[in-house]
Design a protein around this ligand. Structure first.
Ligand SMILES: Cc1cc2nc3c(=O)[nH]c(=O)nc-3n(C[C@H](O)[C@H](O)[C@H](O)COP(=O)(O)OP(=O)(O)OC[C@H]3O[C@@H](n4cnc5c(N)ncnc54)[C@H](O)[C@@H]3O)c2cc1C
Length: 434
């Protein structure tokens, strides 16, 4: 059954013990049948699809039911003490060092846990709220987010402000105790099911672009907020355009001082780059297994014996292992209570490109079968196709390849900075600021 189709709702959870505590984990995991079995499926009539249990939860449930399962999972996770591991105890967390969260996250990633709808809110937005708001604001929002009762989204990108997010044009004008917002955001993940968002807007066009921004908490259900879903090539509808027409935000929803929005955004962006640095999709081990059961392009023997393929495989292994060691450095920094530096940008560049290359190779290797993406018939339940469609987005989200390479060049390798023609110029005087 394809994503979005209705199906019988079942989510299996089993309890496990972790550091003496009980945690509920989804046991709904994809099976990975051998490629020989997949081949056998091809020769059978279309009417014998694989059992629903083998599909990923996100594909098996309708978006509405997946969201309900995700909220249920998040509530159980919070009750078991595994949400907000690093957050202060008064925020419902456990005040443990970040390395504990890294360990929990890498364990959770082995399960088909429906955690995705909360990753932006709890990974980026709510930590920003905690860092920049007063006690009353934290009391209002944090516990509800942690329990999964309210979902958050990040409203930064605009049609003319993506990599250069400081060029945001959505504006806020003070009106008594409120601010009035007009403008448009784009690519807002999960805005269609979010309750709140953190919103970066221009409050002063008369100063340099980084200095005239302010951050707010916005109620996504407020009058004047219009969310339009974007239909993706993959068939999904994860992103949105969000329009603001005379939306009123009370001043108490401001995060940080007026004009300090860039500093607030940097806290969110730092969390974002760490969050999207992980690995996704089939890795070199999976294509290694896959290559044993499929013919080489020459028709002589299995793909795994093909020299060109073996060279690619060796390259993937070297990169993946190199990245693993770089990640250990980040984990060591976290375990010592240090903040990981710009070198953590390396992970996303390597992973996203490797994911795309592996998926592309696997699809090409299947020749005409490669076009079949139905999880019931495709190799690895269509995981290579999912990767192929998802990887380009991953190469953009949280900083494009080029932007991250600039960061690595300037801040890790110490190379000269990019020329900045907008330095010292008021936003309204920039060609893009009009
Ligand atoms: C999966 C996904 C999820 C997202 N979720 C969100 C979200 O929840 N909230 C949100 O606010 N945004 C979100 N975004 C938007 C994302 O942050 C932007 O797409 C990203 O910052 C790039 O901006 P852009 O698309 O405007 O591209 P542009 O910035 O216009 O870039 C176009 C091209 O120019 C290159 N380029 C730009 N500047 C430079 C430079 N200085 N040097 C060299 N090359 C350069 C880029 O690398 C790119 O190839 C998401 C995007 C994706 C793909």
């Amino acid at each position: 059954m394809r994503r979005g189709a209705r199906s019988i709702v079942w989510v299996a959870f089993k309890s496990r013990r972790f550091k003496g505590r009980r945690i509920w984990i989804s046991t709904t995991r994809p099976r990975k049948p051998s490629f020989a079995l997949r081949r056998a499926l091809f020769s059978k009539p279309i009417a014998s699809p694989k059992s629903a249990e083998a599909e990923r939860l996100s594909r098996k449930l309708s978006p509405k039911d997946y969201l309900a399962a995700a909220k249920d999972y998040q509530r159980k996770k919070a009750e078991a003490g595994f949400a907000g591991i690093t957050w202060a105890k008064e925020q419902g967390g456990r005040a443990l060092p970040p390395i504990y969260a890294v360990i929990f996250n890498s364990e959770e990633a082995k399960f088909d846990a429906p955690a995705h709808p909360f990753s932006i809110g709890l990974g980026m937005c709510v930590p920003t709220v905690i860092a920049f708001s007063d006690e009353a604001t934290k009391d209002r929002y944090v516990a509800k987010a942690l329990r999964g009762d309210e979902i958050w989204c990040q409203l930064f990108s605009e049609p003319g402000a993506g990599s250069d997010v400081a060029a945001s044009k959505t504006k806020a004008v003070k009106d008594g105790g409120d601010w009035i917002i007009n403008g448009q955001k784009v690519w807002t993940t999960g805005a269609h099911f979010s309750d709140f968002g953190i919103l970066l807007v221009r409050t002063n066009p008369d100063v340099e672009k980084h200095k005239g921004l302010t951050m707010f908490i916005v109620d996504m259900k407020a009058p004047g907020v219009e969310v339009r879903q974007i239909h993706q090539a993959s068939g999904g509808r994860d992103f949105n355009e969000v329009y603001f027409t005379d939306v009123r935000i009370p001043d108490q929803n401001r995060l940080g001082e007026p004009g300090m929005g860039w500093n607030v955004a940097l806290v969110t962006l730092m969390n974002e780059r760490l969050a999207v640095g992980g690995s996704y999709g089939p890795d070199y081990k999976e294509i290694f297994e896959f290559a044993k059961g499929i013919a080489a392009p020459s028709g002589e023997g299995a793909l795994i014996k093909d020299e060109a393929f073996r060279q690619k495989l060796a390259d993937w292994i070297v990169r993946a292992e190199g990245y693993k060691l770089a990640k250990f450095r980040t984990m060591t920094a976290l375990s010592r209570g240090q903040t990981p530096g710009p070198e953590s940008s390396i992970g996303k560049v390597i992973n996203a490109n490797q994911m795309m290359d592996i998926a592309n190779t696997a699809i090409e290797a299947q020749d005409l079968y490669g076009i079949i993406d139905d999880p019931a018939y495709a190799a690895l339940e269509g995981a290579f196709h999912q990767s192929y469609m998802f990887a380009p987005g991953l190469r953009i989200a949280g900083g494009t390849d080029e932007i991250l390479k600039n960061i690595i060049a300037e801040r890790v390798l110490g190379l000269p900075q990019e020329p900045r023609a907008d330095k010292g110029v008021a936003f309204k005087d920039l060609p893009s600021g009009r």
